[in-house]
Design a binder for this molecule. Structure first.
Ligand code: GLV
Ligand code: MN
Ligand code: MN
Length: 399
């Protein structure tokens, strides 16, 4: 499976992945997933926006009962790594193969899922597929989202051959969700273990900062006559970095767009996106408010103006502690927090008991072509996931 996925959406120059939702690489992956599930005798369902689920139902007994769902996503950030998302999908299918090799008969259904636009890299809303499925975002609101080229979400979905009128996946059959994911930090490396579980996800969000100024000549406009939004942006980026460092939180400006983006003109508009994360909802709100205040003050001095728009906000998530403790006991796995967002957080917030399995990442690097996990650790992850699924789907397992 890993060999099959390796070339899909890969950049020849960077070696990273561009798997944008509702575009060709992701459509290819959707077909790949359906074929892998079908070849295993799993019944695949694709909903009206491209979310997928495939069920392995018990031969007898409780096939209609709520079951255990596992899986992840196949889209990537721009120039992302191979593991963020696909590792969870491939491991889910591999865990099913392993359970069958072991002769395991589930007492309740086991499903494998793939949610679309987890990264929010095209339409700006993180975990869009799972948000729509859980109702955290409505279709009426989402359909108006636009990508960088101005394409509406509704049009992108139709262009991918999908029809939202067909409806969305139902999570009624999901008693528990488990997402396996490559770790995106160095916690497991420092602990010298291959596998861990998640306690919580830090609250995080994305804010668009529109800094407006006045376009003018780069040579003839005296420095004191300028209204340069690039300066307001630059100071804001420094302020965000400083506030995050002081508070032990995270703040990043990783994307900007400049108009007219000419070398010999003072720009008229700089749009920059702040990604901010903190250990509590209050700390996050406080940090973003402080950054905004400092940006406003600087805008006053630069003679520019600023509008801030929240584009995607995810509150803190505490995964079911009893479930985490029960699963951690299987392999004596550590239970660790994460600052990365996941569909698991969305399902957990929707009231579904949820757990995450992390696989060690030797450098901690992620959202980069350099993201990596050793094969032995990936196999340990598959083994761990198979054990977790056994615990959750065995006969006599607690509800
Ligand atoms: C998703 O990976 C995120 O944390 O942004
Ligand atoms: Mn991910
Ligand atoms: Mn990611």
């Amino acid at each position: 499976m890993w060999r099959d996925l390796s070339p899909v959406g890969r950049s020849a120059s960077s070696g990273g992945y561009f798997r944008q939702p509702w575009a060709s690489a992701e459509s290819e992956l959707r077909a790949w997933f359906a074929a892998e599930c079908t070849s295993r005798g799993l019944v695949v369902e694709t909903d009206g926006i491209g979310n997928q689920v495939a069920w392995w139902s018990p031969a007898s007994g409780r096939s209609e009962e709520p079951g255990v769902l596992t899986g992840s996503h196949l889209d990537s950030v721009l120039d992302g790594g191979a593991y963020d998302g696909p590792l969870g999908v491939v491991s889910a299918l591999a865990a099913i193969d392993l359970l069958r090799e072991r002769g395991f008969e589930p007492a309740r259904p086991i499903g494998v899922s793939v949610f679309v636009e987890e990264e929010g890299s095209r339409f700006g809303r993180a975990c869009l597929g799972s948000r729509l499925v859980t109702g955290a975002t409505t279709w009426d609101e989402a359909r108006e989202l636009r990508d960088r080229d101005g394409v509406f979400l509704a049009d992108a979905v139709s262009a991918a051959g999908l029809d939202p009128a067909q409806g969305l996946l139902s999570l009624d059959r999901v008693a528990t969700f488990v997402e396996l994911h490559v770790e995106q930090g160095r916690d497991l490396v420092d602990r010298d273990v291959a596998v861990g579980l998640a306690t919580e996800i830090w609250p995080h969000g994305r804010w668009r900062f529109d800094f407006a100024g006045q376009a003018n000549h780069a040579g003839t406009t005296r420095m004191e006559d300028r209204h340069d939004p690039m300066l307001t942006y630059a100071m804001t980026a420094l302020a965000a970095d400083k506030q995050a460092r002081l508070a032990g939180q995270r703040a990043t400006f990783g994307r900007i767009s400049v108009e007219p983006n000419g070398t010999n003109a003072v720009p008229s508009l700089v749009t920059a996106w702040l990604d901010a994360r903190a250990s509590t909802d209050e700390a996050l709100a406080e940090m973003v408010a402080l950054i905004e205040r400092q940006a406003d003050e600087r805008a006053g001095r630069d003679g520019t103006s600023l509008v801030v728009t929240a584009e995607s906000v995810s509150r803190s998530v505490a995964f079911d502690p009893d479930l985490a403790a029960r699963l951690a006991a299987i392999g004596d796995w550590p239970v660790i927090p994460t600052q990365a967002g996941h569909d698991a957080g969305i399902l957990s917030a929707a009231g579904i008991p949820t757990a995450m399995v992390f696989v060690r990442n030797p450098t901690g690097i992620s959202h980069s072509p350099d993201e990596h996990a050793e094969t032995a650790d990936c196999l340990a992850g598959v083994d761990a996931l198979a054990d977790v699924l056994t615990e959750l789907a065995r006969s006599g397992a607690p509800e």
